[in-house]
Design a protein around this ligand. Structure first.
Ligand SMILES: C[S@@+](CC[C@H](N)C(=O)[O-])C[C@H]1O[C@@H](n2cnc3c(N)ncnc32)[C@H](O)[C@@H]1O
Length: 208
């Protein structure tokens, strides 16, 4: 793995251990070096959609990272918000912002130490993407959320096509309702970096 974390190294991850190492190295510079410089706005789209759907707390932010979704939720008056991530170093940055009620490490692919039906809603931005989390992570989210609760998360558009999300959503037809998708830009219109025009699908649905 190269020393300077960037999108190229993030998309090339293969294992949860790769993620832990990359994000441990990226945590301190993620907000200023990546979010601000790249024009990353995906968390705003996810939280906006959660709000439009009428989602409310308590909310679990999955792959919370440095806390961007939590910040956007709290700015809209949605709380309490808990956050989980595979990287303790990313969560340490989120913790400094005093946004979250609880923060805990965990691997969404393996399953989280969360009782069934704990949360009224769940959000996730930027975590269901290449080299990170595939469609099986959705089962963990469904476990954590109460019946009728809203689940809203982004999936990188290329990842959606190649990682089997479409099949997964078809398989979930009896477990969810009110399923919708909308395609959004991951970066602001004036972004110029190599991935500036990449898009994501925002998946929104309720647990049945
Ligand atoms: C691109 S960052 C997004 C962080 C934040 N949600 C945002 O929008 O800025 C992806 C996050 O997913 C986390 N992640 C990667 N694989 C994971 C897994 N298997 N379980 C939980 N979190 C994971 C990483 O540690 C990282 O914080």
């Amino acid at each position: 793995m190269q020393n300077e974390p960037d999108l190229k190294s993030a998309y090339a991850l293969e294992t949860p251990d790769d993620s832990r190492k990359l994000y441990a190295a990226w945590a301190k510079t993620y907000d200023e070096g990546f979010v601000q410089q790249s024009g990353y706005i995906l968390h705003e789209h996810v939280v906006r959609q959660f709000t439009i759907m009428g989602g409310f707390g308590p909310v679990l932010d999955i792959g919370a990272g440095t806390g961007l979704c939590g910040e956007a939720l709290r700015a809209r008056g949605i709380e309490p918000v808990d956050g989980t991530d595979i990287s303790a170093e990313m969560l340490a940055i989120a913790c400094e912002k005093n946004i979250y009620r609880n923060l805990f490490t965990g691997d969404v692919v393996k399953g989280l130490e969360v009782n069934e039906d704990t949360y009224q809603g769940a959000v996730s931005a930027g975590t269901f993407t290449m080299g990170h989390v595939g469609p099986n992570g959705i089962d963990t989210i469904l476990h954590a959320v109460r019946p009728n609760g809203w689940i809203v998360f982004s999936v990188n558009a290329k990842h959606y096509q190649t990682a089997g999300f479409s099949t997964k959503m078809t398989d979930l037809v009896t477990s969810i309702s009110d399923f919708s998708t909308v395609e959004v830009p991951i970066y602001a219109p004036d972004a110029t970096q190599a991935h500036a025009k990449d898009t994501a699908l925002i998946l929104a649905f309720r647990k049945s």
